[in-house]
Structures are given as structure tokens and as C-alpha cells.
Write a protein that binds this ligand. Structure first.
Ligand SMILES: Cc1ncc(C[n+]2csc(CCOP(=O)(O)OP(=O)(O)O)c2C)c(N)n1
Ligand SMILES: [Mg+2]
Length: 547
């Protein structure tokens, strides 16, 4: 065929879509391939990277970690209904994390779908709902690139989140209408000025306000603005219950910890404040039901969120719809620095440890040893249910973008998300080490992501505190008065052998000395290391009493 003739060959949907993905910067694709995706993945271009997850739960959460680490939307490619089903828990988590993921899934050949062939994604837009912002299957092949640009525009607008496009496998070779029209949309919006003024007036009038900061602050790049506003207001700062990002330095003298995760204890904790200012969070992300007042007597509540759903679902107070950073900056301008009261003080002090160390170590002792070698720039990924409070005592978060956990409570996110964050560090060249502290139960859910960390030689250290049980569920059983629940003990779990099976370096660290040696070596290694630490079983109250 002559050159001229070649140029007359119409562009295919495949070509138009890859051109579009390039222009949108979606050149890293997370997925697990199947027959319905192969026509999309054929002749995979050299300027794209395919990151293989050996199961879709891992592929989705790795993409989530990567998107959060790079602060950009990411493409995930799943295998029809089957792959979507496997990925579902982490799609739900990505939705609640407000992570923009453009999920595409293969679909059977259009011509056959009516007859329900093998691997048909039946009612394809139903399966991912309600945990995607939009689910669509183009009505004709030519609409595939247009559907992807619409999906992109939906995913990145606030509140960001996953979207889903199902694509029949015979669409890719069809002639395209040409290159897709690339559009841009806003990823944040500023507050209504009148309402902002009303809120600022109420803040100015307050005698004893308290700030509750949530994950939207950090996502919006509002870390510095959050500090500045808190310092001007001279108010104590808490982080919102079960927050998935840190949003405020935990060693700051105004920092007071996380508010309790239940109704009664939360209002008890905030007693005495006349105004509760919640920025970038739900009101509130409660967990167990412990009855009580939603707000302490005499207190009012103001909420700033970029999510109309969260504004509507708030159990108390008034809401202002806004990007958290833009609202904080507006408050800094509108509320003069307080001079009538001193700033609250109190510096974070790590708890005292028993001497000599216990055998097996307590989680607190293990984390204390680990923290002695904490690299200044390390990123922490947390999925350690019952030991998180101990972890944060010795690993307070001090900088933006160095702490990640899930917003949903669906286990199996932390391990692959840490791999995704590690990939982001590698890709962007920042190269910060990722330390993922994952319970021995939680470790089992998306275990195959260890393989991706090994294959990509990521600087990720998996720390697994091994208590051989679902400790937090035992704590729950006490709170809920549900004795004799089966299956809360996990005898015979061997996380070392499991990680070895994926080619991961492993260490069994029983003493504080073992931990330090293993961690030092892991930080120098050219790939991931798993450090399994046997820890003592402890039963603590799920919700510590508030005095
Ligand atoms: C997908 C999923 N399945 C089940 C649960 C219920 N669940 C919550 S915590 C937990 C146990 C966690 O155990 P582990 O990771 O060992 O932490 P530990 O409580 O021992 O510190 C389970 C099974 C969940 N949250 N998510
Ligand atoms: Mg456990």
C-alpha cells in the first residue's frame, strides 16, 4: 500500500482511544487481562506501561494508591463482569477515598450479546453501582473515545471518584470518527461568598471554637492553609474520625488527636466548645453505635465539604460547599487573628515503654523500635486495625502526603495501595520509601500485590504485626456483647511463606534488635521486604472511655 493510500485508512477506535489516553496523560494502565480486553491491549504501545495485578482487588487499589501518590487520575482495565466483581470492594473504597479512577471493562462482542454468550457482563452498568459516579456502555463503537472523555470529566470533578465504561471487544477495530475532542473541567470550586461571610461571622463570634480537620484538606493541597488558619484562630485541632489522610501535623502544639468514632464519646470529647468547625470531612464518620448527643450542649457546628452528599448526610450543623483549601484561604482573609486567648499548647509525647521489653513484643514496643529508624521522608500506609493507635504514638504524621489509609473499612486496600504509592514514588522520581503496616488478617485479602511490588522492584517495606487473630473483632464483640463468635483466631497463618511465594525478601523479627536490623536492611534493599513481627495478644476497648 502506498503512503498516500495508507493515510486514507480510517483511524480505528483503538487508535483514537490511545491518542486520547496519551493526551489525557493516562499512560499507566492497571489491570488484569482477559479475552474481552485483549483487543484493547493488542500491540500495546511502548510509551504506555501496563501494571499487572494478579487479582482485580489488587489492580484497583494499586491504581488508587498510584493516583493519590501522583495526584492524577488513573486508568484501570478490568475483565468484564468477573474482574469487576473481584475489584468491587476496592472500587467502593476508591469511591469513598474520592480517588479519580477511570475504569474500563471488556464486554462480549456486540453481535452476540443478545444471546448471552460466555463472559457477558450482564446489565453492565448495574454491577459497579452505587460505587461509581457514572457507569456507561457506548451505544456504538464510535462513541468509545467520547465516553472516555466524559468519564474523565466526571471522575475529576469534585467530589472526585471512580467511573466505569464497559466496552464491547469488537469496538476496537471499528472506524473512528477521528480524534476525540479533549475538554478540560474544574477540579475544585470556591465557596459562595455570601455564605462564606456568614460562616466567618459565626467563627469570629465564637468564644471557644474547635477545629476538626478531614481528608479533603490534604487532598486539596490545603495542609499549609490548615496550619495557618488554626494558628490564627488559636483553636485546638482534631482530625476527623477514621480519616483516610492526615491533613494536619500531629506534632503541632495545637494537635489533639482523632475525635472518637462514636456519637456519645465524640460529643463528650468536644464538650465546652461553642463552635465545632469541621473542614473537609463527613459529620461524622461514626463506626460503632454508642448513643449520646450528636453535639455537646450549647455547641453549634459548621461544615465545609466539596461533596454535596456529605453535606446532605451531616447529622447536625450547617454546611458550606467548597474546596477545603479555598475555604481555608478565604477564612484566613475573613477572620482576623485572635488575640483574646492564648493558643493551646501541649507537645506530642511518646508513651513510656516497659523495660526490659516483653516477649513476644507488644505492638507498641515493636512500633517504637521501628520508629527509631524512621526515614524523615517515609510514607506510611496503614491497615492495622487494632494496633493503629499504638502505631501513631510512635509514628506521628508530620508532613503532607505521607499518610494513607482507606475511607471505607473494606480490608484488602492497604497492601496494594502501598504498592501503588511505591510505584508513584518510582515514576515521579521522588523515591521516598513506603512503609505499609498491615495486620496479619488484613494481609490476606489482596496478597498478590506483593508480586507486583517484587516485579517492579519497589521501595516498599511491609510490616506485619502477627497476633494470629482478628483482634479488633474481639474488641467489637465485647462492645456489642456478642460472645462466642466463631473464627476470630487465625492459627497457622504464615505470612513469610506467602510473601516468599511471590519472590519477596522476608524477615521474621522477634526482638527490637531484629526489627531495627531488618528495617535498616529493608530501607537499603533494591525491592520490597516483608518483616513479620510476632506480637502479644492484647484486648483493649474499641472506643476508649472519654473522661
Ligand atoms: C473485606 C472485609 N472483610 C471483613 C472485614 C471485617 N474485619 C474488620 S477488622 C477484621 C480483622 C482484622 O484483623 P487483622 O488485620 O489481623 O488486625 P488486628 O485486628 O488483629 O489488629 C475483619 C475481618 C472487613 N473490614 N473487610
Ligand atoms: Mg491480627
Amino acid at each position: 500500500m502506498s503512503k498516500d493510500k495508507q493515510s486514507e485508512v480510517p483511524m480505528t477506535v483503538h487508535e483514537a482511544t490511545y491518542n486520547l489516553l496519551r493526551r489525557l496523560g493516562l499512560t499507566t494502565i492497571f489491570g488484569n487481562p482477559g479475552s474481552t480486553e485483549q483487543p484493547f491491549l493488542k500491540n500495546f504501545p511502548k510509551d504506555f506501561q501496563y501494571v499487572l495485578g494478579l487479582q482485580e482487588a489488587s489492580a484497583v487499589a494499586m491504581a488508587d494508591g498510584f493516583a493519590q501518590g501522583t495526584k492524577k487520575p488513573v486508568l484501570v482495565n478490568l475483565h468484564s463482569g468477573a474482574g469487576t466483581g473481584n475489584g468491587m470492594c476496592n472500587i467502593m473504597t476508591a469511591f469513598q477515598n474520592k480517588t479519580p479512577l477511570i475504569i474500563t471493562a471488556g464486554q462480549q462482542t456486540r453481535e452476540m450479546i443478545l444471546g448471552d454468550p460466555y463472559l457477558t457482563n450482564r446489565d453492565e452498568t448495574l454491577l459497579p453501582r452505587p460505587w461509581v459516579k457514572w457507569a456507561y456502555q457506548p451505544v456504538r463503537a464510535q462513541d468509545v473515545p467520547g465516553a472516555i472523555i466524559r468519564a474523565y470529566a466526571t471522575a475529576v470533578q469534585p467530589p472526585a471518584g471512580p467511573v466505569y465504561v464497559s466496552i464491547p471487544l469488537d469496538d476496537w477495530d471499528q472506524p473512528a470518527l477521528g480524534d476525540a475532542v479533549v475538554r478540560t473541567v474544574s477540579a475544585r470550586y470556591s465557596p459562595d461568598p455570601e455564605r462564606l461571610t456568614l460562616f466567618a461571622e459565626r467563627i469570629k463570634k465564637s468564644k471557644n471554637p474547635v477545629l476538626v480537620y478531614g481528608p479533603e484538606i490534604e487532598r486539596a493541597g490545603g495542609w499549609e492553609a490548615g496550619i495557618k488558619f488554626a494558628e490564627r484562630l488559636k483553636a485546638p485541632v482534631y482530625i476527623s474520625p477514621l480519616t483516610d489522610r492526615a491533613s494536619f501535623p500531629q506534632t503541632h502544639p495545637q494537635f489533639r488527636g482523632m475525635v472518637p468514632i462514636a456519637i456519645g464519646p465524640l460529643s463528650k470529647k468536644l464538650k465546652g466548645h461553642d463552635l465545632i468547625i469541621v473542614i473537609g470531612a463527613q459529620v461524622f464518620r461514626y463506626y460503632p453505635f454508642i448513643a449520646g448527643d450528636y453535639l455537646p450542649q450549647g455547641a453549634e457546628l459548621l461544615q465545609v465539604t466539596n461533596d454535596p452528599w456529605d453535606a446532605a448526610a451531616a447529622v447536625a450543623g450547617d454546611s458550606l460547599l467548597s474546596d477545603a483549601r479555598l475555604a481555608l484561604e478565604a477564612f484566613i482573609d475573613a477572620v482576623p487573628a485572635v488575640t483574646s486567648r492564648p493558643a493551646p499548647t501541649g507537645v506530642h509525647v511518646a508513651p513510656k515503654l516497659p523495660s526490659p521489653a516483653t516477649n513476644p513484643l507488644t505492638a507498641l514496643e515493636a512500633f517504637a523500635a521501628l520508629s527509631e529508624l524512621r526515614p524523615k521522608d517515609a510514607i506510611l500506609v496503614n491497615e492495622t486495625a487494632s494496633n493503629f493507635a499504638d502505631l501513631i504514638q510512635f509514628w506521628p504524621i508530620e508532613k503532607a502526603d505521607t499518610y494513607y489509609t482507606f475511607a471505607s473499612g473494606g480490608l484488602g486496600w492497604g497492601l496494594p495501595a502501598a504498592v501503588g504509592v511505591g510505584l508513584a514514588e518510582k515514576k515521579t522520581g521522588t523515591g521516598r520509601p513506603v512503609v505499609a503496616v498491615i495486620g496479619d488478617g488484613a494481609f490476606q485479602y489482596s496478597i498478590q500485590s506483593v508480586y507486583t511490588a517484587v516485579q517492579n522492584k519497589l521501595k516498599v517495606v511491609f510490616i506485619v504485626p502477627c497476633n494470629g487473630e482478628y483482634a479488633i473483632l474481639k474488641e467489637f464483640a465485647v462492645l456489642e456483647k456478642t460472645p462466642n463468635v466463631p473464627a476470630l483466631d487465625l492459627p497457622g497463618l504464615d505470612v513469610i511463606s506467602a510473601a516468599k511465594g511471590f519472590g519477596c525478601a522476608t524477615v521474621h523479627a522477634k526482638t527490637t534488635q531484629d526489627i531495627k536490623e531488618a528495617f535498616a536492611a529493608a530501607l537499603k534493599a533494591d525491592g520490597p521486604t516483608l518483616i513479620a513481627i510476632p506480637i502479644a495478644r492484647q484486648e483493649r476497648p474499641l472506643v476508649p472511655p472519654v473522661d
